[in-house]
Design a protein around this ligand. Structure first.
Ligand code: PMP
Length: 755
């Protein structure tokens, strides 16, 4: 082979073996391991094209300059016989490097001691590189360079799996928001730029050297450490805790500035995002190789873990490791509390005796000020996940473009309405947009009034439909509850058709009873305008309306021109898993549907969907206008929610994860007789607790909710006796989350002292 001859000619080396080494498809150079007859090893790098040559020469200059200053090895280029670093091989310009013996750090146990030493060496490398100037390196723009994480945005959609895609989007957004504006404030230098676990060699528990300076850039210095951290956090049970020795070691030789330490978590996450976007792009374009995809799996697992780490805890941990004081929110907490006490009403309630101070959230996790991450099992407003990046982008993007009201024409309302109606059966084809479930209830009541001019309304016992005067009058949960003034005169209350501990055995029997009550009222001249009902009574304790109830009552309502108003505020948008709306299970098409909560993922948008006939009757001459309802912005946001639901297949996730969770609870029911009933579908479940005498176990529910909080799980209870665990998490709640949640409940029930 000519290369062998050339090595003899230029270096006087007798080659016994030549082995090609793997490389990234983005680079053209070819690498060989060379073994000489006397056993000495070298690395031969050949550059077939001119593109990488200038950089390779600069890399050679830099490594050969810093090598003598370092206590570890970097790839030093050996001059040839004629004292040149490059020679013209038949395959292109080539150079010969000294071989650095050792094992890749990925193949050895990464003990805290080793990581500390790695940090020290990385810091030493930084010290040596800060003294180097290179215009060639300065002019590079690499997507791998963390400061260019923004370059990866256009690859996000190439990531085919979720939750990875939305997690990457989320962290890239954080980078844009928290890191980009600070980049110019950070110390810059030439950095190696790729201290990944394939570029770090270890021998006898010591760091022997760093190889491959091919990704050197002129970047914020802290990026050097961030890359090393990103790779050393992979495949670890406790990535944050386990990587801290690396940071300590680095700071021992190159102390970080406070801002640098603070930004480390975001930089680490950004590097993982870059890597995952790169793998996705390679797969998409069919250029995947083992080398490129090697870190994809652990990077995915790590980013999934990073979501479960409170960003403030991460920041504080890195600050601590870098020798800085951590922040405290204790005084802020006291101030928030005192403002609430002094300047709002005491009717505004907080959960828990010691309330949770939330400082952030992502998907199914919430972060408190103490650094805890709380798994959210009970907030259904952030339907597609807290702070979902697609929704956040819709909000900020639209706000910058246009936000106006329904008195003008704009794209987003028509687009949204068309999209939304695609989820409804024929007939339900009129949409009125408002800003809250309560406003939607109010509007539905007005429509019902306008329908036949009737003032009476029928409602289900324990129902809740909102906080306005009208909505309260329709909500037995409120008018019959604490502080309530009892049933208003125009309200006809029908028993909640419940099967568990129910008075009647079937939906049909409850429907018959309802007909009797309505008939009695009719005789008094009180025919209601509408029946307001939830398909599953949330405040009633997650009680599904008994099957057959609506179906057998519906003909009677139709005969009497009584509208069926179904409140899907809690149950809609795919939460039941098997279907998109709660009413679908009952085989009826309501006249009016009320939507809210999940519709905007926390952005205030709600709606009334009805028929052309009802909408027509509502046009009494009076204009319907809502300042914010149906605004350009709210329609865009609601559209983003539907887009995410669809793209992330969240209805199916509700079916799968919810079904799994229900089964877990049913298994627990066999071990813990206090679990009297497990009910619901998808990610809308209820777990009813009773004592040995089949009495509501209110105290136990409170014990569980508080105990779960101690275990960093947010949970809630409800029902007339407050003895039902209400399970309605963000729709991205996973099977793993379900295992964890059920496991903690099992443990808490096992040690329940009773009483
Ligand atoms: N209907 C139902 C079933 C609800 O659960 C709620 C809110 N909890 C509402 C209506 C009222 O919605 P909002 O709080 O957005 O006014």
């Amino acid at each position: 082979m000519t290369v062998i001859k050339e090595l003899k000619e230029y270096y006087n080396i007798d080659v016994s073996e030549l082995r090609e080494l793997p490389g990234d498809v983005d680079y053209q150079n070819i690498k060989y391991e060379v073994i000489a007859k006397d056993g000495e090893k070298f690395i031969l790098k050949i550059f077939p094209g001119k593109d990488e040559l200038e950089l390779a020469k600069e890399e050679t200059r830099i490594c050969n300059t810093i090598a003598p200053m370092l206590s570890f090895r970097v790839p030093v280029t050996i001059p040839s016989k004629n004292n040149r670093f490059f020679f013209k091989s038949s395959a292109g310009e080539a150079k010969l490097l000294r071989y650095i013996d050792g094992e890749f750090i990925m193949n050895v146990e990464q003990t805290p001691g080793l990581l500390y030493r790695l940090g020290e060496k990385a810091g030493e490398l930084t010290c040596s590189l800060t003294g180097i100037n290179s215009n060639t390196i300065k002019s590079r723009r690499l997507f791998w360079d963390i400061q260019n994480a923004g370059f990866s945005y256009n690859k996000i959609d190439l990531i085919s799996e979720n939750p990875t895609r939305s997690q990457v989007h989320y962290f890239l957004d954080r980078f844009r928001e928290f890191v980009e504006p600070e980049l110019h404030l950070l110390r810059h230098s030439i950095i190696h730029g790729d201290l990944n676990d394939h570029n770090i060699l270890v021998k006898n528990g010591r760091v022997e050297g760093f190889i491959d300076f091919g990704d050197s850039t002129f970047s914020p210095v802290v990026c050097e450490l961030a890359v090393a951290c990103a790779y050393m956090m992979m495949n670890k049970s406790f990535p944050l805790e386990e990587v801290l020795p690396l940071v300590r070691g680095y700071c021992n030789t190159f102390p970080l500035e406070r801002k640098e330490a603070e930004l480390l978590p975001e930089l680490i996450a950004a590097r993982l995002c870059i890597s995952l976007c790169n793998s996705a792009e390679k797969k998409h374009s069919g250029r995947e190789s083992n080398y490129v995809l090697i870190s994809e799996k652990p990077a995915k697992a790590l980013i999934d873990k990073l979501i479960t780490l409170n960003p403030e805890k991460m920041r504080d941990s890195f600050l601590g490791a870098a020798g800085f004081e951590k922040g405290s929110r204790e005084r802020k907490r006291e101030w928030i509390f005192s403002v609430r006490q002094a300047n709002t009403g005491s009717s505004l309630r907080l959960n828990y005796e010691i309330p949770v101070y939330m400082t952030g959230a992502a998907f199914q996790y919430m972060y408190d000020e103490k650094g805890n991450t709380l798994l959210d099992t009970c907030n259904n407003i952030p339907h597609v996940g807290h702070c979902h990046p697609v929704v956040s982008e819709a909000i900020s993007g639209q706000l910058r473009l246009l936000n106006t009201n329904t008195r003008y024409l704009y794209d987003t309302m028509a687009e949204y309405i068309e999209k939304l109606l695609g989820y409804f059966p024929r007939g339900l084809d009129r949409v009125f947009m408002v800003n809250s479930g309560s406003a939607a209830t109010d509007l539905a009541a007005r429509m019902a009034n306008a329908w036949r001019g009737r003032e009476h309304m029928a409602v289900l016992e324990h129902g809740y439909h909102g906080n306005t005067l009208t909505a309260i009058s329709l909500s037995s949960y409120k008018f019959d509850g604490k502080g309530g003034r009892g049933k208003p005169g125009n309200i006809i209350k029908l028993p909640l058709p419940k099967l568990f501990r129910g008075r009647l055995a079937s939906g049909e029997e409850y429907a018959e009873e309802a007909r009797d009550i309505l008939e009695e009222e009719k005789e008094k001249g009180n025919i209601p305008a509408a029946l307001f009902a939830e398909p599953v009574s949330g405040c009633g304790g997650q009680v599904p309306v008994a099957p057959g109830y609506f179906k057998s009552l519906h003909p009677y309502l139709k005969e009497n021109d009584i509208l069926t108003v179904i409140d899907e505020v809690q149950t809609g948008f795919g939460r039941p898993g098997g279907y998109f709306w709660g009413f679908e299970k009952h085989g009826i098409v309501p006249d009016i549907v009320i939507l809210g909560k999940p519709m905007g993922n926390g952005f205030p948008v709600a709606a009334v969907v009805t028929t052309g006939e009802v909408a027509g009757a509502f046009d009494t001459g009076m204009e319907f206008f809502s300042s914010f309802g149906g605004s350009t912005l709210s329609c865009r946001v609601a559209g983003a929610v539907l887009e995410v639901l669809d793209k992330e297949n969240l209805q199916e996730n509700a079916r799968k994860a919810g079904g799994f969770l229900k089964e877990e609870f049913m298994k627990l029911q066999k071990i813990h007789p206090v679990i009297a009933d497990v009910r619901g579908e998808g990610l809308f479940l209820g777990v009813e607790l009773e004592d040995e005498e089949a009495k509501p176990a209110t105290k136990l529910a409170s014990y569980l909710v508080n105990g779960l909080r101690m275990e960093n799980i947010l949970a809630a209870s409800d029902g007339p006796y407050d003895n039902v665990l209400k399970i309605k998490p963000p729709m991205c709640f996973s099977v793993d989350n379900s295992v964890h949640f059920a496991g903690v409940i099992d443990r808490l029930l096992s040690v329940y002292p009773g009483g």
